[in-house]
Design a protein around this ligand. Structure first.
Ligand code: FAD
Length: 511
């Protein structure tokens, strides 16, 4: 069934040539059922009916935050989350300063307290027995800080904040379908903890079911790509011995990078990137790989803790997916969080984009009508896509481009770029403040990112050509520039940066 296109949708798509306007054929179709007053539960056939202004699929990082924020705005919000116990997942442990700022502006700063979270001061980079420190920028006279924590403890704090907000309910249940009535998505069906099927009818359905989203395909035609896996190990007792305490550590190991950062006063996460087939964890191949290939490349201070943690076991892996945030127009449904847009987690930018997205979206919603009137909602979503572009594109391109530079093996010019990148940081001044500002999420300027990316490439070229530009070196310099362009050009295209300015959008969105 196809949804009639409103004028706002046509205008939005004119502004965003990549906008997908999708019909929603695969969504369960349900006849409108008996309505009861908003907030009350009624009955609809065998499925009990609950009414709400907003229903959110997934109470993870984004779902719980959004519920809190919309609840504070006076909406009745229901979150359906399949597992409300403390998550034990290998994701979302380091929040960059730009994410800390957004979370603070959302009124959720206290969710980072009481969970033994660490204050992160910056990054350090290791390559070929050399090391350097990149401190986060100074903001308003104070050094910026990031926060690192146990993901599950943090998510439970977000959920508690949502739960404590008038009008917000968190329900344990697995969403099984989005429901369409006529041309509009009007809620969902879920199975509660007792296996009972229930229906929630709402003005808006917000899908935040993470990077493995099963409902994305009903709303958008974007598809994530698995670029690599992170293999996670928890080191105990290493914090005091880290080369740079309270810093993220990026080890430019071969063939792909390794990250290490504290997540509590006593524990430190190590994430080893593996590009290609994962060695089996169950038969010991992974342990052997980590001990023989990775451990020798780690800084000496970390090595014994890493070896001990690997020998103790509890090695886990997670796919690292990327997918650009593609605008779309579907009546009554919105995609947010990793279900909408994800990037390689090398730079720990996911939650920073997520919290800024929630902030951007929430700032655009001023009245109940903004959610219930679909034409208004379409305009709001157009404004949202435009406003998120600078910070989301900066973080997305940085993460994906750095991963390409730090992990490429098939192009001989890229190890030269990798070394040029490390030596570029050694120059100090803006060669540090620029890149770390971008990574921290505090400088959401795509043009600055492109400037530094090509400065690194040109620095690599200069080092190749001076003092003796032999034909082989000139050829390699050409390859390096070509490789840099081939990395960044598709990323720019996928972020649709040509729409950055979209000046007419302001008019479209003025209400
Ligand atoms: C290996 C790895 C490491 C990462 N490290 C970092 C980092 O250090 N810093 C950072 O900022 N970002 C990091 N990220 C990214 C970050 O974790 C995500 O950006 C963030 O978690 C996205 O939040 P979300 O709410 O969209 O998804 P999630 O946090 O995954 O939440 C989705 C929720 O939906 C629920 N759900 C799914 N399906 C259903 C259903 N059918 N019914 C009901 N509920 C459902 C799930 O149970 C889950 O609670 C990392 C990602 C990966 C893969």
């Amino acid at each position: 069934m196809s949804i009639p296109e409103s004028r706002a949708a046509v205008v939005a798509r004119h502004i965003f040539p990549n906008v997908s306007r999708l019909s929603v054929p695969a969504i369960a179709s349900e006849e409108p059922t008996s309505t009861s007053a908003s907030g009350s539960a009624g009955s609809s056939g065998s499925a009990e009916m609950i009414h709400s202004d907003v229903v959110i699929v997934g109470g993870g990082v984004v779902g719980a935050t959004l519920a809190y924020v919309l609840g504070k705005k006076g909406f009745k919000v229901i979150v359906v989350e399949r597992d409300l116990s403390e998550p034990d997942r290998l994701i979302g442990e380091l929040l960059q300063p730009g994410g800390v700022n957004a979370l603070t502006q959302l009124g959720l700063a206290e969710t980072m307290e009481g969970i033994d979270a660490c204050k992160i001061q910056g990054y350090s980079v290791f390559m070929d027995n050399q090391r350097l420190q990149l401190k986060y920028p100074i903001v308003k006279g104070k050094p910026a800080i990031g926060r690192a924590f146990h993901h599950g403890r943090f998510v439970q704090n977000l959920r508690s904040s949502a739960r404590g907000t008038t009008g917000v309910s968190l329900i344990a249940g697995t969403v099984t379908r989005l429901v369409e009535e006529g041309s509009r998505i009007t809620g969902l069906l879920f199975r509660d903890a007792d296996g009972k099927q229930k229906r929630i009818k709402s003005a808006v359905t917000i899908v935040c079911d993470g990077s493995g989203s099963v409902f994305r395909s009903k709303i958008s035609d974007a598809q994530p790509v698995v670029r690599s896996h992170f293999v996670g190990i928890l080191m105990e007792g290493a914090n005091e011995h880290l080369p740079f305490p309270w810093h993220g550590h990026v080890i430019l190991a071969k063939p792909t990078p390794v990250l290490a950062y504290p997540i509590s006063s006593t524990e430190c996460r190590v994430l080893v990137d593996i590009n290609g087939k994962l060695p089996s964890i169950s038969n010991g191949d992974m342990t052997a790989y980590l001990l023989t290939e990775i451990a020798p490349q780690l800084p000496t201070e970390i090595k014994p803790y890493f070896v001990s943690a690997v020998q103790k076991g509890r090695i886990r892996s997670m796919p690292n997916k990327t997918m650009s945030g593609k605008p779309y127009v579907v009546s009554g449904a919105i995609l947010l969080g990793d279900a909408f847009n994800c990037r390689h987690p090398l730079t720990g930018g996911g939650m920073t984009v997520a919290f800024n997205d929630v902030l951007t979206f929430a700032n655009l919603i001023r009245s109940r009508k903004d959610l219930t009137d679909l034409k208004r909602l379409e305009k709001i979503m157009s404004a949202f896509y435009s406003k998120r572009k600078p910070y989301a594109s900066t973080i997305n391109i940085l993460a994906n481009a750095l991963y390409s530079v730090f992990s490429a093996q098939d192009d001989p010019s890229l190890p030269i770029m990798r070394k040029a990148c490390f030596d570029y940081f050694k120059l100090g001044g803006i060669a540090v403040s620029g890149p770390i500002g971008l990574l921290s999420g505090l400088k959401p300027y795509p043009s600055m990112l492109i400037f530094h990316f090509f400065s690194v490439a040109l620095y690599g070229v200069a080092r190749l050509l001076f003092p003796f530009p032999t034909p082989a070196r000139v050829f390699m310099a050409f390859r390096l520039l070509r490789a840099a362009t081939l990395i960044v050009k598709p990323l720019i295209a996928s972020e649709s940066l040509q729409c950055w300015d979209a000046p007419s959008l302001t008019n479209v969105c003025s209400r």
